[in-house]
Ligand binder design. Structure first.
Ligand code: 5GP
Ligand code: ZN
Length: 114
């Protein structure tokens, strides 16, 4: 989709810091780091939200969540936990309408994300 920021990121028209990539998904640091290592995992194919997934795409994308989690654990060994969040539609705080999964590392009670 031509006007989608995340499609532009997948196509390298907008720079991003890559965390993980395969043929079907791309994971990159969120521009706003809720905590250090806050990452977004997206399907390379443009889908707006979870309601547009079929079973195959869901299996492909969600199978990558543990892979990205392990990449984060390796990069940030001091990480003590991880929140996984997926917002769908404006009412649920989705602001970029190319489906994405947030992976937000946690570093103990003193981190600044709640
Ligand atoms: P949502 O609110 O839709 O669940 O999350 C969208 C996320 O995309 C936000 O956390 C926001 O910081 C991130 N974001 C928006 N534009 C860009 C961008 O151009 N680059 C990166 N890396 N993240 C972005
Ligand atoms: Zn897109």
């Amino acid at each position: 989709m031509t006007d989608c920021i995340f499609c532009k990121i997948v196509n390298h028209e907008i720079p991003s810091y890559k965390v993980y990539e395969d043929d079907n998904v791309y994971a990159f640091l969120d521009i706003t780091q809720a905590t250090k290592g806050h990452t977004l995992l997206i399907p390379k194919k443009h889908v707006t939200d979870i309601f547009e997934y079929d079973g195959d795409l869901a299996a492909t994308v969600f199978a990558c969540v543990p892979k990205v989690a392990r990449a984060l654990e390796k990069a940030f060994p001091e990480m003590e936990g991880l929140n996984i969040i997926n917002n769908n539609k404006e009412m649920a705080y989705q602001s970029v309408f190319h489906s994405h999964i947030h992976l937000i590392p946690r570093y103990g009670k003193s981190d600044d994300f709640s």
